[in-house]
Structures are given as C-alpha cells and as structure tokens.
Design a protein around this ligand. Structure first.
Ligand SMILES: [Zn+2]
Length: 68
C-alpha cells in the first residue's frame, strides 16, 4: 500500500517496500507494483524519486531531503 507523507503542507507518496518518495501517486504505485513483483527497484522509476524516508511515521524534512 502506498504511503502518504505530508511535508510542509505538500503531499508525497512513498512505496511501502523501498520507502522511496514520489510526487505522483501513480509513480509510487508503479514502484510498489514493481517492488512486489521483482523484489527489487526499477531504476527508471527511481529516477523520479524525490527522496527516501527511513521510517514514515517519524519522517522529517531532513530525512527526506538530506541535502537541505
Ligand atoms: Zn518501491
């Protein structure tokens, strides 16, 4: 199930398997579909990722955007 993460009033979508974060729900869904089927990540989908969360319940801005 795709996770919804809200950061600074913006919503992002994370793949529950790999915890990579996407702006588009459809991208997160295709990532999750791929992860489930192949048990690994699709590099084409990962290119669209905006970051990665470690634990979604405690996701903070610096966890998602470590470069800031
Ligand atoms: Zn994934």
């Amino acid at each position: 199930m795709v996770l919804v993460v809200s950061i600074s009033n913006m919503h992002y979508y994370a793949c529950e398997h790999c915890l990579y974060l996407y702006r588009e729900l459809e991208t997160a869904e295709s990532c999750e579909q791929w992860c489930k089927t192949h048990n690994s990540c699709n590099s084409k989908i990962l290119e669209k990722s905006v970051g990665r969360i470690r634990r979604y319940r405690t996701a903070r801005l610096e966890e998602v955007f470590p470069s800031r």
